[in-house]
Design a protein around this ligand. Structure first.
Ligand code: 6R9
Length: 582
């Protein structure tokens, strides 16, 4: 029997209080994610249970118990407090998936700070935009990545502390501090910050169509949603060994790679080394992994490498598979059933903003390959008519995915951008404040994705309603890429769109016009690609650059990405009457 049991029954009797029961949390108790995920598990007598089984490049590996998790997160909490970091301060975590990433995440929450994890492959410009945007006070990084911080530090007056947690202390520059938590004295007791449900916890930056990325702010109460979905969708139990392949630089890596599983006291594995099929299968085999949460791009890459590779490993420990981040194609669902002993990937749909799974396939419920499944109990979901924004009753008709506000893990604001937050809610009053919007059951939060609902209530993803590029499950904002492109000396104007890709679903393609005196060449193309890779990230790097004499524009001079994208996807380019003839 699965944790969820009957989906229909859960819907009928739903209350978020069930999350409190699962967490064994009593009214009036401290509500702090850092405490719930480590100290509380120890208080329950599970201190000696492995919390983190970690493997890195080469043969590096280590195992940490919940007692270790408690002590090392305390270590970070104490250290940050001593450094003058105060509750509410944003503390960035900028490192690979090393153990200190996990310890510091909980440590920041324990001292009342707001954890701001950023993907370690980000270049200095991606980093700068997000640190400046959040007014980040401290950054935790490693010898490997500190160079990028050095490049931008002068331009970030609010960034008071640069703390290096791994590497060679002799190589630090002036104004940088070294702190290796495993070498420092073990801190078994730390007085955890008395946070409440609405105390800010995590700030994740996410990309939109226009403007720079926005910080989606979450609160400690999010754990309600993360714990319950981890139990009912991922079906995690006490004896499971769980692997979430996501990097905590993205929301899946924190909601389901830290908070969800550890709130339930589960053992989880982390693999900090590049992707190869052999390495991944070996990791599952060696650690006897039972529950695996991954992404379509990875599944397609495994599929491409063939069934023979799968057959050379003992993967019999697996019992439940789930996926998130991009459309999971039916072939991948069917393939997984064939090669993993009848186990099919269960698609789940959610966003940085929703904080937890919203639409999913549940253990025991029939999977329709290609469908994202049904709304989580307690979540009211609909698709809204593209023009009227009224819920669509007709099965199969495409509209905007929308949710009634008020679920626990919902983002509470876009950092310092109340207008953009408001714009995500249909029916919001012009002067509505974020705290009114997030619990007004007369409104709809609109996700920015399109889908249809079939006669059985299953949701079918259609595509995004905007120009955001989803490459390998990672969102990249076209505006951010275009802004960086026009900083290149040769480029006059630029447009970035997603183009279809067999494995990554989409990759970035750039259309550019050159400044006088520059000629298109392979060399220039390579130079532009590297320019973006270094400044932004390998994800944002265009895989193709097309030189144009001019870019399509509206009469008011705005570049029309929609037109370029339609051409890439072989779609109807639509109404061109608003384009300029210039
Ligand atoms: C958790 C996460 C959110 C966007 C979302 C949508 C796409 C996520 C999906 C999916 C199709 C699924 N997306 N899950 N598309 N099927 N099962 O990925 O958060 O990085 O904010 O991305 O990803 O477009 O709006 P985030």
């Amino acid at each position: 029997m699965s944790n969820i049991g009957s989906y229909e029954k859960r819907i009928r009797n739903f209350s978020w209080d069930t999350a409190g029961e699962i967490l064994n949390w009593k009214e009036g108790e401290l509500l702090n994610i850092g405490d719930i995920c480590s100290d509380r598990i120890c208080r329950m007598g599970k201190g000696e249970k492995p919390a983190l089984i970690w493997e890195g490049f080469g043969d590096r590996s280590s195992t940490y118990t919940f007692n270790d998790l408690k002590a090392y997160s305390n270590g970070f909490a104490r250290f940050l407090t001593e450094q003058g970091i105060e509750p509410g301060d944003r503390v960035c975590i900028f490192m690979d998936k090393i153990p200190s990433l996990y310890f510091s995440f909980l440590g920041i929450l324990k001292m009342g700070g707001i954890a701001q994890p950023l993907f370690s492959a980000f270049g200095d410009e991606s980093l700068e935009v997000r640190l400046a945007g959040a007014g980040t006070k401290a950054i935790l990084t490693t010898g490997k990545h500190v160079r990028k911080v050095r490049k931008i530090r002068d331009r970030l007056p609010q960034l008071k502390k640069v703390i290096v947690v791994e590497g060679n202390p002799d190589k630090l520059k002036e104004g940088e501090i070294f702190f290796d938590v495993e070498e420092a004295p073990r801190i078994d007791e730390f007085e955890v910050y008395r946070s409440g449900p609405e105390t800010p916890s995590v700030l994740h930056f996410t990309s939109g169509t226009t403007g720079q990325p926005k910080g989606a702010l979450h609160v400690h109460n999010s754990i309600w949603g993360q714990a319950l979905t981890t139990s009912w969708v991922l079906d995690l139990r006490d004896d499971d060994v769980y692997w979430c392949t996501a990097d905590p630089g993205w929301v899946t890596g924190t909601s389901y790679g830290i908070i969800g599983p550890w709130s339930l006291g589960a053992t989880q594995c982390v693999l900090d080394s590049g992707f190869t099929s052999n390495r991944w299968y070996k990791f599952i085999q060696d650690n006897r992994i039972t529950v695996w949460y991954s992404a379509p791009t990875a599944i397609r890459a495994l599929m491409k490498d063939g069934d023979e590779v799968v057959g050379s490993y003992d993967l019999s420990s697996l019992r439940h598979l789930a996926s998130v981040g991009e459309p999971l194609n039916p072939e991948a669902v069917i393939w997984s059933g064939e090669v993993f002993g009848g186990l099919r990937f269960h698609d789940t749909f959610w966003q940085t903003e929703t904080g937890a799974m919203m639409i999913s396939n549940y253990p025991g419920m029939e999977i329709k390959p290609g469908s994202m499944g049904k709304p989580f109990p307690g979540i009211e979901a609909a698709v809204l008519d593209l023009a009227t924004h009224e819920p669509i009753e007709e099965p199969g008709k495409v509209g905007l995915i929308a949710f009634r506000p008020g679920w626990p893990s919902m983002f509470r604001q876009y950092w310092k951008k109340p207008d953009i937050y408001r714009s995500k809610f249909v029916g919001a009053a012009e002067d509505a404040m974020p705290e009114d919007l997030r619990q007004d059951r007369n409104l709809w939060y609109v996700s920015g994705d399109r889908a249809s609902i079939d006669a059985d209530g299953y949701f079918w993803f259609v595509g995004r309603d905007d120009d955001v590029i989803n490459t390998g499950g990672h969102l990249v904002g076209p505006f951010e890429i275009e802004s960086a492109l026009v900083e290149h000396e040769a480029i006059a104007e630029a447009a970035a769109v997603g183009k279809p890709d067999e494995v990554n679903m989409e990759v970035v393609k750039a259309f550019v016009t050159l400044k006088p005196g520059y000629e298109p060449s392979d060399e220039l193309e390579l130079d532009i690609m590297n320019f973006i890779r270094k400044r932004l990230s390998p994800l944002a790097m265009p895989q193709e650059i097309e030189y144009r004499d001019k870019l399509p524009k509206t009469r008011s001079g705005k570049i029309v990405r929609r037109y370029l994208k339609a051409i890439e996807w072989g779609e109807d380019v639509g109404d061109l009457s608003t384009l300029s003839d210039e």
